[in-house]
Design a protein around this ligand. Structure first.
Ligand SMILES: [Zn+2]
Length: 651
């Protein structure tokens, strides 16, 4: 179990043909810079993706141009300066070692998916090859000879190896090695077995080692890990919708005793030596993470020669010093929510994931709802409202939990196929408002706003931009909105392309149905928002939440949809609202954040939950804000805030 405050992560993947590795590396100057950023945890490479080691090894191969024991110096320096150090190993990629040991390489099932030879992912190692013992022996060699804190094993995703070793074992186990999906499942099993193997060996030698296996499903390996790390460079392939999903989910797996590191990058992508993102872009990622219980971790790639690149440290220091002003209120603060977005975890994913989940996280953030994102892994007991987006099947365990939740007065929102059994045939909860018939069949799919959930919605058939389910309401359920039939579906009728398709008229097919504390929407509301982001779908969600969660933890006025407002608490003394006004923008092929935005006349109302609030102020200067307590809410107004601000409600 490990807790960190500020972290840095360095890539040091270095081609064997680079001639001057370490020539200018001043380890003390480097760690001085690290220390000056207020960093207490550093990850640096013992052995890189290219397969070279950076220490004196009898088992691996030290980089051919490195003239001294770089890791040895770094270990000593970090120990002296009180910086915890994890050593990086790539657990799946190694150019030099696969060139030296051809039988360690994997044999891809689909080589056509691996055609880019100028890429570290071209050379992958089989998890069942002697590479496994080789890596263990290198790790143990380090543990024996050096003083450091732990290991980071990278790139541990399932691959599709069908080398003779893997096929032999698959045959023995009766696995269909001609089916890529089955091969991937076997690989997931193999890589998990390798993690267990490494963990057991390392812990015998170094029982308190920090440990993280990057690329394995968090829930599967958490018991072996000291903490969690969320690798997410929003400007690279991850995008700006990835961190929010992980941020709301990972804390529910880590629990309060293990840090969750929020790894972003000083650059725009891995391997981008010349990239330097703006302080505004970095702080948006890192404040968002901190507001959700994550600790900041900035990734970079150290120049192999050892160039210090001071502007990078200047930028990191600027961002971390900004964040450090809020430590008193933010470090060890918790997110204690009564709404949960729920989705089962599928095999091989790091975390629960679907298009609907991602859109749901975004919509809830835009509505300033305080929520967790959970799977079956964690308890749901604390939540008053459970939201199941679009296609969350119910296992017998989930059914049992939902029935208990309803019985104790909890509320449920489910859309389309959520709540069906694993075969997609039947809703499993006995008090469900509808019976499933079949997929809706309308394409395009419209609905008619009406009834008590239609407040603010245009009075016309509205497009959903997604599909849905045809259902029948049960006795005692109330149909609030119905589906609207299109004249015909999109497609080609043999003569004409059916493209311009108006709504024809309402049907008797339910669109929104309520029964007791369950609201069911027959359309894939969240997938529709993912596709076109229509404000009407978010307004519909807001209307449903106003009914199912009538006294939310936070109410806001005059906060734009792109702004974020996240509530935390720290002990009995502090409740805080993190306000963020940044807006990732698409610029040609890229996404970026360059500016802090000013927001005027914001009003916040925080549910007090019986706390006796003595003062409200803006951190870090403790600038007092007048407040009013009424009907269980403490209300304050901010004339203006720019970028990030922290409002503290002190009891
Ligand atoms: Zn293999």
């Amino acid at each position: 179990m490990a807790k960190f405050k500020y972290a840095l992560f360095y890539d040091f993947h270095t081609l064997a043909t680079i001639p001057d590795v370490g020539a200018k590396f001043d380890v003390e100057a480097f760690t001085d810079q690290v220390k000056a950023c207020g960093v207490d945890f550093l990850t640096f490479h013992a052995r890189c993706n290219q397969g070279s080691a950076y220490y004196n090894t009898k088992i691996g191969t030290r980089h051919p141009s490195l003239q001294y024991d770089l890791i040895g110096k770094l270990c000593k320096s970090c120990t002296k300066k009180g910086i915890r150090l994890s050593l990086y190993f790539n657990g799946h990629l190694s150019e030099e070692e696969t060139l030296a040991h051809l039988d360690w390489a994997d044999l891809p099932f689909s080589p056509e998916l691996r055609t880019n030879k100028a890429n570290p992912f071209y050379h992958q190692v089989c998890y069942n090859s002697p590479f496994r013992e080789h890596m263990r022996d290198m790790a143990l060699e380090l543990a024996r000879n050096y003083r450091f804190d732990g290991f980071f094993f990278d790139c541990l995703g399932a691959s599709d190896c069908v080398c003779p070793r893997c096929v032999k074992e698959m045959k023995e186990k009766g696995i269909d090695y001609t089916n890529r999906e089955e091969v991937l499942k076997f690989s997931a099993f193999s890589v998990h077995r390798m993690c267990v193997f490494l963990n057991e060996a390392i812990r015998k030698a170094k029982p308190d080692a920090l440990m993280f296996f990057n690329g394995r499903p968090f829930e599967e390996v958490i018991d072996m890990e000291s903490h969690l790390e969320c690798e997410c460079l929003p400007t690279a392939g991850w995008g700006y919708d990835c961190l929010p999903s992980y941020a709301h989910y990972m804390r529910t797996v880590a629990g309060p005793e293990k840090s969750v590191l929020n790894m972003t990058g000083r650059f725009n992508n891995w391997g981008d030596f010349g990239g330097l993102r703006t302080a505004e872009g970095l702080e948006f990622d890192l404040f968002y993470g901190a507001a959700n219980g994550m600790r900041p971790d900035i990734g970079g790639h150290y120049h192999p020669r050892g160039d210090l690149d001071l502007p990078v440290f200047d930028r990191i220091r600027e961002v971390y010093r900004n964040m450090q002003q809020y430590d008193e209120w933010v470090i060890d603060a918790e997110n204690d929510n009564d709404v949960a977005l729920v989705y089962p975890r599928y095999e091989r994913y790091y975390a629960p994931a679907s298009v609907g989940c991602r859109a749901a996280v975004r919509m809830l953030d835009e509505l300033k709802i305080q929520f967790d994102f959970v799977s079956e892994y964690s308890s749901w007991d604390q939540y008053k409202l459970l939201i199941f987006p679009d296609d969350a099947p119910f296992s017998p365990e989930m059914t049992k939990r939902v029935e208990a939740h309803l019985k104790s007065g909890g509320a449920v929102l489910a859309t389309s196929k959520s709540g069906l059994d694993k075969d997609g045939k039947k809703f499993t909860v006995s008090s469900w408002p509808v019976v499933y018939e079949k997929p809706i069949g309308h394409d395009p799919f419209f609905f008619q706003p009406s009834g008590k959930y239609a407040a603010g919605l245009p009075d016309m058939p509205l497009a959903l931009y997604a599909t849905g389910s045809k259902v029948k309401a049960v006795k005692g359920a109330k149909v609030e909105m119905v589906c609207v039939k299109p004249y015909m579906n999109y497609g080609w009728d043999g003569f004409r392309g059916n493209y311009y398709i108006p709504p024809q008229g309402p049907t008797d097919e339910p669109f929104l149905v309520e029964k007791g504390n369950i609201v069911y929407v027959a359309g894939e509301l969240f997938a529709g928002y993912h596709k076109r982001a229509p404000k009407q779908l978010r307004e519909l969600l807001e209307n449903v939440l106003n009914r199912l969660d009538p006294a939310p933890k936070l109410r806001t006025e005059n906060l734009p949809s792109f702004a974020r407002a996240i509530v935390q608490k720290k002990g009995k003394k502090y409740e805080t609202v993190h306000l963020m006004a940044y807006c990732p923008e698409r610029r040609c092929e890229a996404m970026c954040v360059e500016d802090r935005i000013s927001v005027l006349n914001t009003k916040l109302a925080l549910r007090t939950d019986g706390r006796k609030i003595k003062k409200v102020y803006l951190a870090p200067d403790r600038k007092a804000l007048p407040f009013e307590i009424k009907d269980g809410y403490c209300t304050v107004s901010l004339d203006v805030f720019t970028g990030y601000t922290l409002v503290v409600f002190e009891s």
